[in-house]
Design a protein around this ligand. Structure first.
Ligand code: NCD
Ligand code: ZN
Ligand code: ZN
Length: 354
């Protein structure tokens, strides 16, 4: 008789960079489907970005978003505030729901862009808890690092994709600048060749990179603090119209576990970058009695059976390892065998002030 292989057990994972599209674009995703996809992917905490249809740039909008989230979430969820650099008073004493401030310095989904000349003023205005998170590609990374150095504000650079971004970040870290950074699975596992193959379904910002840049990210993985999915769901119709972004919550863990099997990283790297470091960077509370049980099987990633409303993945056809069998959150069974068991609204809306 064949013994069943031992399940893998991991702590509840944290994704500090997701777009759940709620309120405003719930045809792409909402708080229920997005946090359900998180559980299906082994994540028990997600942090949601402010580039909603109406950018979440005031405490009032953030509290309103929180009310929507509170009734729908099935895993723990935190929110970020955004800024277009217009109303700096909003940044001095923000809503107690804000886990950080998100700024976009390059054009991406939502089209809300901050002029890099405004950066130091915005940095200085921020007196909320948590870091300033930036979408800052190679052309503006120097400005961001200089502003952090000049103002002393802590910065997290989202989705590093190229040597020209990571190299200055590593140099700034070595100089004692308060900067952390994250990488997405798509920038680790896909290249510009995949972008060509995938056509509109390969469009993402930052763009998928040439192989030498991807190799540089892998070679300097120790200097990258977190893996963040940048779960950016769009319907297939929206992708055909040119939308940027990939869903990622349900593919991050199987891609990383497969890479572990192939010797590209270790289990400690996965737990460090997908749980410990994001918790430390944001100061997130622990989740006692929380565990993800994973069936240790290899499978082919595909676009069927996903809980994200987007219903597709750019990783289709690649091998993944590990199927999330059961997720227990604070002692409650919240996900098992493809089904979300938690009731809508049973996740915690996290407040950094409490
Ligand atoms: C993200 C989205 O769709 O919200 N798109 C993307 O291509 N990454 C926005 C972002 O993170 O830049
Ligand atoms: Zn971005
Ligand atoms: Zn994003």
């Amino acid at each position: 008789m064949n013994a069943m292989p031992e399940p893998l057990r991991l702590p509840g994972l944290v994704d500090l960079h997701v777009h759940l599209r709620d309120p405003g674009q719930t045809a792409k995703e909402d708080f229920l489907t997005g946090t359900g996809a998180a559980l299906a992917g082994g994540f028990t905490t997600v942090l949601d970005m402010p580039n909603n249809a109406v950018p979440v740039t005031t405490s009032e909008l953030l509290e309103a978003k929180g009310s929507v989230a509170r009734s729908r979430i099935v895993c723990d969820t935190g929110l970020y505030l955004g800024s277009l650099g217009e109303d700096l008073a909003e940044l001095s004493d923000p809503s107690g729901l804000a886990w950080g401030l998100k700024l976009y310095l390059n054009r991406t989904t939502g089209g809300y862009l901050l002029d890099a000349e405004r950066l130091s003023d915005v940095f200085l205005a921020w007196h909320g808890r948590g870091p300033i998170l930036v979408h800052a590609e190679a052309d503006v990374i120097g400005t961001v690092l200089a502003a952090s150095r000049a103002t002393g504000r802590r910065v997290h650079v989202c989705h590093v994709s190229r040597r020209a971004e990571l190299e200055p970040i590593l140099a700034a870290k070595a100089d004692g600048t308060a900067v952390t950074c994250g990488v997405t699975p798509h920038h680790l596992f896909l290249t510009e060749d995949d972008a060509r193959r995938l056509g509109p379904f390969g469009e993402v910002r930052p763009r998928l990179a040439p192989r030498p840049d991807v190799d540089f990210l892998w070679e300097h993985l120790d200097g990258i603090d977190v893996v963040e999915s940048d779960h950016a769901p769009h319907t297939t119709a929206d992708k055909e119209q040119g939308a940027f972004g990939f869903p990622g919550l349900e593919t991050t863990l199987p891609l990383l576990l497969q890479a572990e099997r192939e010797g590209q990283l270790t289990r400690a790297d996965i737990v460090g970058k997908c749980a410990l470091a994001p918790r430390t960077i944001l100061g997130l509370p622990e989740q006692p009695d929380t565990v993800v049980e994973i069936e240790p099987v290899e499978f082919e990633i595909g676009s069927t059976g996903l809980l994200t409303r987007a219903g597709w993945t750019p990783f289709a056809g690649r091998p993944g390892f590990g199927r999330v069998h059961r997720v227990t959150l604070r002692g409650e069974r919240v996900f098992e065998d493809g089904q979300v068991l938690a009731a809508p609204g049973s996740g915690r809306l996290l407040r950094p002030s409490s």
